[in-house]
Design a protein around this ligand. Sequence first.
Ligand code: KG4
Ligand code: ZN
Length: 405
Amino acid sequence: MTFDAAENAVSFFLPESSEVVANKDHVSSPTAIAAWVSSALRIELVSVLILGIETSCDETAASVVRNGREILSSVIASQIDLHKPFGGVVPELASREHLEKIEPIVLETLRQAGISYGEIDAIAVTQGPGLVGSLLVGVCFAKALAFGLDIPLIGVNHIEGHVFSVIFDNPQIEYPALALIVSGGHTNLFFVPEPGQYKVVSRTRDDAAGEAFDKVAKMLGLEYPGGPAIEKVAHEGDPTKVKFTRPKISDGRPDFSFSGLKTAVAKYMRENNIQPVSHGEQPGKEITDLAASFQASVVDSLTGMLKKQAAELSARTLIVAGGVASNNALRNAARTVGAQVGVPVYFPSAHLSTDNAAMIAAAGYFHLNRGESSKLDMTADVSMRLQNLDNRDAELRRRKVRYRL
Ligand code: KG4
Ligand code: ZN
């Protein structure tokens, strides 16, 4: 290991003689540098505590994670009751609530972890995608804290956070992996040839799967959020009762589409004179059957694509994460796909399926170990993208390097 004062950089010569350089602009604390070295050498030299902060939508969450894998605390303040009367998230209310909650939630997570502000080594915060007002609360709080404590700040992509949510309760991921991330705002299937590299192989053309659950639940008169409400009602219903056709994408791309299904549910209700459930009423057979059939159709679309791509891309691990991954029908169908193609399927534990800050801390640790962190002029990015492989592909092609994919 050498330190070059003129270059303001530390160089490490690894056993394979591959040189890695941590520029001090990127890795600023000695602990973070040590963490990075220990990760490069695949040994744990130090204990790195990362405070994760997540405020991208309607959960104010904070968590302390040691060495990217051990959750010391994870506190989530859900705003479901606040938004329930409106049948969906009201952005203005969400950001005001985040403002109220952010400091108490961070203090509570530190208390539960048994540490003080001074013991945090770095802060990872959701930078995007999400609602701008909500994101800004977390980002501004994290920046102020990182500046005050003089520790690294890592802006994390929320979707990458969901990918990292599976590392806590599962064996080591083998690559290449295929990650199906299904939430209220996103439905993407990523090819992950190695950690930190993402290529979108399937995406939704219209609604996200979670959004379809929420909208159909509203049509059926079920409460917000729609996913858990539909799953509960679908339990009593017959998933084969209504046959919905799987959408065909005209240009042949392996994409998802859920808005046609939503329209088909509305049409079926109209044609069969099915009334939405009134508040407090028990759903009748026609509603439970419709909910079960809708759920089966979404699950069939998602897992059909998962199976096709897993076989085509020779994935060695399947990851299913994001809020919709809480759904047991989806979990069971994904497990069947795993068994059919002969690879393990990893899900986050229930607590980590919906939005949380432990997954953000885990993703932050990964980036910190690679010498990546954010400058203090970083800001919220509402449409932040995760795909980074196509760019690298193009760069490799320019350099005439044959990529081993
Ligand atoms: O990941 P998440 O907590 O927030 C976003 O990043 O969007 O996902 C929330 C979405 C909502 O649309 C919700 O209805 C859906 O996940 N969801 C479910 C279930 N639990 C949550 N969808 C289907 N079945 C569930 N059990
Ligand atoms: Zn999410």
